[in-house]
Design a protein around this ligand. Structure first.
Ligand code: LMR
Length: 397
């Protein structure tokens, strides 16, 4: 049965890491996958995570199965991080949360739940969006449509075109929104624009699905939730898929959550029973370690303070690299204006480099970036920025 299987193309992001690993050149730089590096080029375990793990090692007494929805304390702290501890949604018990394997696993559970239990079959995604979104949604049985988002001529958000496209969505359609630090463009809506998005969703009965993978990497842990909280206050139903890969550096623990907000507690409980059924059919129940780390940190004030400082440090280092990148490109004599990169938020920069230029960077200089021109600024360091900028200057000048 396997002989006639057609080989799949390499993944646009993770496939690049595979190619990078095989590249024998010493000077190679991977700015493809969104993984945070220190200025020494390392991706260490956060100090808050190490402390939580020490505590768990001492206190954990069993490796018994978790419930289908995962660690209960974890699901509680996730809701508080998303909506704020005093949220009305939480008080009214309109929100239900299940631990899930990373952002991808959370999106997949959300999509499969929708397909199996509702009449909705369409999800609108931004143009451009994360290279795995269509893959996840279409595999789960949703069809995808695109709404306008990034305007290459202004390097900003084409908000008028975005709203115009979403005006043509049908009641019950889902709208994928990046909670903050839009991947790949680094351009987020303003608070007023979030309000207009919420109004449109409410007016047309569209269901927002927030992909929230970078909380804390934009303006701050609380500040970055403003879009989600604004929209959540305006619509009766929404879904959130969040991830702790980046802000806790827990990439390989695959830890995230899927949260549904329903019109009332009874609807939320019914929906939750089907979310759990979906989880049971996929992987039965989740692994514990990542959830125990996150819940320990968020519920222990001293550890939480250490973590908040670590997120701040990561956010500030990335912002510094943006400025250094823009300044070094100018110093290398690059005439094209790249100043817009300093204003983008999160791990990524949408550089405007085309496919041929991306290919040249890889072939001639062993610099790996995603084919769309997306650069992971989080992978830049004070020592590799000059190398990267010299290479970009060489292909542009
Ligand atoms: C990315 O966009 O690089 C990350 O979210 C990693 C991934 O899984 O693609």
């Amino acid at each position: 049965i396997f002989t006639n299987v057609i080989a799949a193309p390499a993944d646009p992001i993770l496939g690049l890491t595979d190619a990078f690993k095989k590249d024998p050149r010493q000077e190679k730089v991977n700015l493809g996958v969104g993984v945070y590096k220190t200025d020494a080029g390392e991706t260490p375990v956060l100090a808050s995570v190490k402390l939580a793990e020490e505590k768990l090692l001492k206190e954990e007494t069993s490796k018994n199965y978790l419930g289908i929805e995962g660690v209960q304390l974890y699901n509680k702290v996730v809701q508080e991080l998303l909506f704020g501890p005093d949220s009305d949604l939480i008080k009214q018990q309109r929100a239900v949360t299940a631990q899930a394997p990373g952002g991808t696993g959370s999106l997949r559970i959300a999509a499969e739940f929708v397909v199996r239990n509702t009449e909705s079959r369409t999800i609108w995604v931004s143009n451009p969006t994360w290279a795995n979104h269509q893959n996840i949604f279409e595999t789960a049985g949703l069809s995808t449509k695109e709404y306008a988002y990034y305007d290459a001529s202004t390097h900003g958000l084409n908000f008028t075109a975005m709203l115009a496209d979403l005006e043509s969505a049908q009641a019950g359609d889902l709208v994928l929104l990046h909670g903050c630090c839009h991947n790949p463009s680094g351009i987020d809506p303003t608070v007023e624009q979030w309000q207009a998005i919420g109004e449109l969703c409410a007016k047309k009965n569209l269901v927002p699905l927030f992909d929230f993978a970078y909380q804390g990497f934009g303006d701050g842990v609380e500040e970055d939730a403003i879009g989600l909280r604004t929209v959540a206050a305006m619509v009766p139903e929404l879904i959130i898929a969040n991830s702790f890969s980046k802000n806790f550096g827990l990439y390989n623990e695959r830890i995230g959550a899927v949260t549904l907000v329903a019109e009332d507690q009874a609807a939320a409980q019914k929906a939750f029973s089907q979310v759990k059924r979906t989880i049971r059919a996929n992987y039965s129940n989740p692994p514990a370690h990542g959830a125990l780390i996150v819940s320990t940190i968020l519920s222990t004030p001293e550890l939480r303070t250490i973590w908040e400082n670590e997120v701040k440090e990561m956010r500030e280092r990335i912002a510094k690299m943006r400025t250094l990148f823009v300044e070094t490109l100018a110093a290398e004599g690059v005439k094209q204006d790249f100043s817009f990169i300093s204003g983008q938020k999160g791990m990524f920069s949408f550089s405007g480099l085309n496919k041929a230029q991306v290919e040249q960077l890889k072939e001639q200089f062993a610099i790996y970036i995603v084919g769309s021109g997306r650069i992971s600024v989080a992978g830049m360091t004070t020592s590799n920025v000059p190398v990267i900028c010299r290479a970009i200057a060489a292909i542009l000048n």
